[in-house]
Design a protein around this ligand. Structure first.
Ligand code: PLP
Length: 413
């Protein structure tokens, strides 16, 4: 054990975390955040379970969601009410369905992707691990593309999509991206909408998971991808996904997909084979709880007030321990759930492993890249939400000490 590791061990012992588990691996809201939505547990009862159109939400039916939920969440997704389906509890589930449908039966403007050959998706990296594992599970080849400060490197994207008709899609998290927190510039959104693609049935899988999840006082506004696609005469190109998972109860929220009316009616028809209707009680619950889009935004601010303190304490520790020495680089996100840190090459796996021995669990190194392969072994993702402010401070101090220790052994000079 070198001197830094001995210091780290002393530090952990002093802070009595030897047997304590600190977890910065996944973006689970903390209990205080969950408590913000407790009213959801009671706000539908036998006295108010009929919608404004007279639909009894306790019964089957309403394949694309109740009208008041479509009203609310079309504003949330910034689309027309005719361009949305409000569905079950998980947007990831909707992404899976959209991908499986395209593979097997095709899209509104092309046959099943499986029948066309070995299809590929562009994956801006670092990105969301579940997008990549979803593609991997369905046998879709992934091509990593660098994610810059203003979105995917569009020179590379445009070059790839214009010449290869088997590149059928791209994953995008345009607002407060997971894990870097970056927001796409208007130019990036426009280039995505207007770019020439060899595949006539190309789709942008736009995951709007963090649509209103700002950390500052004022959220960042980004251009509307669906509108940009219409202007570009590519109206079918964008699928937008979202949910309330990080606003109410993850796993018991409401998820939605938005797209052109043509795409939506294609999805609606398919959905009718999968289910007789969504959980309308939960949809009504969410409408009663938020009331309207202003209520939803006010609620988002309550989350921001809790999360901001944790992000701040972690970023302050990074500044304190890592700002000199060029051992790591990171950015202060304006929203979202994560902090992305780039270490010196060859250090990420070792840091994650070392942190584990001191009771700190991090997302596995490489997870932010397709196939879990970070060629430079540099990127780690930090999820502050589930820890208390005190634990977030302790966890980030341990992390920084691990970074210093590993960097000095991997790069001794
Ligand atoms: N998309 C992104 C970018 C996420 O970070 C997450 C959860 O962390 C999800 C989707 C999951 O969404 P849902 O709970 O609606 O399936």
């Amino acid at each position: 054990m070198n001197m830094i590791d001995t210091q780290l061990k002393d530090f952990c012992q002093k802070n009595t975390i030897q047997n304590q588990q600190l977890n910065m691996a996944r973006g689970n809201p903390c209990q205080e955040q969950l408590d913000l939505s407790n009213e959801l547990l009671t706000c539908v009862n036998k006295m108010n379970c009929i919608t404004r159109d007279g639909v009894d939400v306790r019964n089957y039916g309403g394949i694309d969601g109740i009208n008041e939920a479509k009203d609310l969440f079309s504003k949330y997704m910034d689309v027309n009410v005719t361009e949305i389906i409000v569905a079950g509890n998980s947007s990831l589930n909707l992404m899976y369905n959209a991908l499986a449908l395209a593979l097997i039966q095709g899209t509104t403007n092309g046959p099943g992707w499986l029948s066309q050959g070995a299809i590929k998706f562009l994956c801006p990296t670092p990105g969301y691990d579940r997008h990549f594992s979803l593609c991997e599970s369905l046998g879709i080849q992934m091509i990593a593309v660098p994610l810059n400060e203003d979105g995917p490197d569009m020179d590379i994207v445009e070059n790839l999509v214009k010449s290869d008709h088997l590149i059928k899609g791209i994953w995008c998290v345009p607002k407060y991206s997971n894990p870097t927190g970056i927001c796409y510039s208007d130019e990036t959104i426009n280039r995505l909408a207007f770019m020439d693609t060899a595949a006539g049935d190309f789709r942008i899988f736009c995951d709007n998971a963090y649509a209103v999840h700002h950390l500052g006082n004022k959220g960042t506004q980004i251009a509307n991808l669906l509108e940009a696609c219409k202007l570009a005469s590519n109206p079918e190109r964008a699928y937008l996904f979202g949910s309330t998972s990080k606003l109410t109860f993850p796993g018991a929220g409401v998820a939605m997909v938005a797209a052109s009316e043509k795409n939506i009616s294609y999805f609606r028809k398919q959905l009718g084979f999968q289910t007789i209707g969504p959980d309308k009680i939960n949809q009504l619950r969410h409408v009663n709880f938020f009331q309207d889009i202003d209520g939803l935004m006010t609620h988002a601010n309550l989350h921001a007030n809790i999360l901001r303190k944790k992000f701040d304490v972690i970023l302050d520790v990074f500044d304190q321990y890592l700002s000199s020495g060029n051992l790591a680089s990171w950015r202060r996100p304006d929203g979202g759930y994560f902090i992305s840190v780039n270490l010196l090459p060859g250090c990420a796996k070792k840091v994650v492993d070392l942190a584990k021995t001191f009771g700190l669990t991090l997302t596995p190194a490489g997870a932010t890249f397709p196939y879990g392969y970070d060629a430079e072994d540099r990127n780690i993702r930090i999820a502050p939400s589930s820890l208390t402010v005190e634990d977030a401070k302790l966890a980030s101090e341990i992390l920084c000490k691990c970074i210093v220790s590993v960097s000095s052994s991997v790069h001794p000079n």
